[in-house]
Design a protein around this ligand. Structure first.
Ligand SMILES: NC(=O)c1ccc[n+]([C@@H]2O[C@H](COP(=O)([O-])OP(=O)(O)OC[C@H]3O[C@@H](n4cnc5c(N)ncnc54)[C@H](OP(=O)(O)O)[C@@H]3O)[C@@H](O)[C@H]2O)c1
Ligand SMILES: [Zn+2]
Length: 373
């Protein structure tokens, strides 16, 4: 670690802005940006666009050419030191003659953390890190958590009335929130590796759970980088009710589906886009910890739970939620309507405290982002 000057802050902020351009397309890789600065002038910049393609540093070095010699590189994540699908960026920076590297954070993978920085130092490059680290981490919460714990970062999204209700007793729930909130949810889906829901939401709401590009409000470049890719749709269905509903909207939409079923029963083959995942059945339902481990193993960084009170409640009860995204609409659904979470708590000592980290208006609705603490 070392002290950073105001220019360092400014250049790193630019590297983070660049990284953010990969928000919807780098999965399962992290979003990373890089800026090369020489004599106070920007000489190169770039960001990681898609997995399997060049890392941010490679784009910035290509732009800088000869001017990289003696330059400072600002990167939002420690440069890699390993041969993956591309050669190590630490070596590329050394070869180009970069004299100083400033990283926002170390690589969160404990097996490789610090190795890129060491490789640079060994080659005589001056290295410091920890500048705007919190912001850098916030760009890649899922990648960081998966590297550290093998688990994805879990957001539970719910639309509720001002009286905290999510559906009528009959199951009817469309629509509680307005168009702006629904567009916001589309963007949230688009940045997620997987969208998890329960079979009741799939059948009652005829939820497709897909990203509809036209509704996301992404820039043309973001859309193009992302392409037609859909998040993995994960459906919890211990009794295999999906098998008798071939016409449901979920199955009519393109994109892979992970169909979670009770491992004590054999599951029939559905259409090719559906893969059955047998899970242990616990008293609450299918084992959600086992599911998240499997999603982590498959490279899922950010997981969005879009379900009703039952499944959302199970995730909360199991202590598997990182953030709640509640879209609150100016309406009342009355005391017979379904709660936010099926989660009976007996005493004040059992309450779950949250930290509200952001709250904003979306059309006539409000979006509340709360972290589970
Ligand atoms: N306001 C909103 O944001 C929102 C969002 C989505 C849905 N909804 C509404 O919510 C209602 C449906 O919600 P829901 O809570 O009844 O159903 P859900 O959350 O969609 O799915 C629950 C179903 O998932 C299966 N499941 C498997 N493992 C589970 C586990 N560990 N924990 C919980 N469930 C598990 C169970 O069916 P099996 O026992 O058959 O496996 C269970 O009945 C609908 O009325 C819908 O309109 C509202
Ligand atoms: Zn790299």
């Amino acid at each position: 670690m070392s002290d950073f000057n105001p220019q360092d802050h400014q250049w790193m902020a630019l590297a983070l802005q660049l990284a953010e351009q990969g928000l919807y397309s780098t999965d399962p890789n992290p979003r990373v940006g890089c800026v090369l600065v020489k004599d106070g002038q920007l000489v190169g910049q770039g960001f990681h666009e898609r997995a399997g393609e060049a890392h941010a540093e490679v784009h910035a070095l290509a732009m800088a050419g000869e001017q990289a010699k003696g330059a400072t590189a600002y990167v939002s994540l420690e440069p890699c030191a390993h041969f993956g699908r591309t050669p190590p960026c630490a070596d590329a920076l050394v070869k180009a003659g970069v004299s100083r590297v400033v990283s926002a954070m170390q690589d969160p993978n404990p097996l490789v953390a610090g190795k890129g920085h060491q490789r640079l130092r060994d080659a005589g490059v001056s290295v410091s890190y920890g500048l705007l680290a919190e912001q850098a981490r916030a760009l890649n919460p899922g990648f960081c958590k998966r590297m550290e714990q093998g688990l994805p970062y879990v957001r539970v999204k719910l639309a509720m009335s001002l009286d905290g209700r999510t559906a009528m007793a009959s199951g009817e729930s469309q629509w509680i929130t307005g168009a702006a909130a629904r567009t916001d949810v589309q963007r949230l889906r688009a940045r997620s590796s997987a969208v998890v829901s329960g079979i009741d939401t799939v059948l009652l709401d005829q939820a497709a759970l897909t990203v509809r590009m036209a509704e996301c409000g992404l820039t043309a470049e973001q859309q193009q980088r992302r392409g037609e890719r859909q998040p993995l749709r994960v459906i919890l269905d211990s009794r295999q009710r999906l098998a008798s509903q071939p016409q449901c909207r979920l199955l009519q939409q393109p994109g892979p589906i992970l169909w979670c079923v009770d491992d004590r029963n054999s599951s029939p083959n559905l259409v090719a886009q559906v893969e059955a995942l047998p899970l242990t059945r616990l008293p609450q339902g299918l084992d959600l910890t086992q599911l998240l481990r499997e999603l982590g193993r498959r490279g899922c960084n950010e997981v969005l739970v879009e379900a009703g009170a039952r499944l959302a409640g199970s995730f909360m009860r199991a202590g598997l939620v990182d953030e709640l995204w509640v879209y609150m609409a100016p309406t009342l659904l009355g005391s017979q309507a379904r709660p936010l979470l099926d989660w009976p708590l007996g005493s004040m000592s059992e309450q779950q405290r949250l930290q509200i980290v952001d709250m904003r208006a979306l059309g006539d609705d409000w979006r509340i982002r709360a972290k589970v603490i």
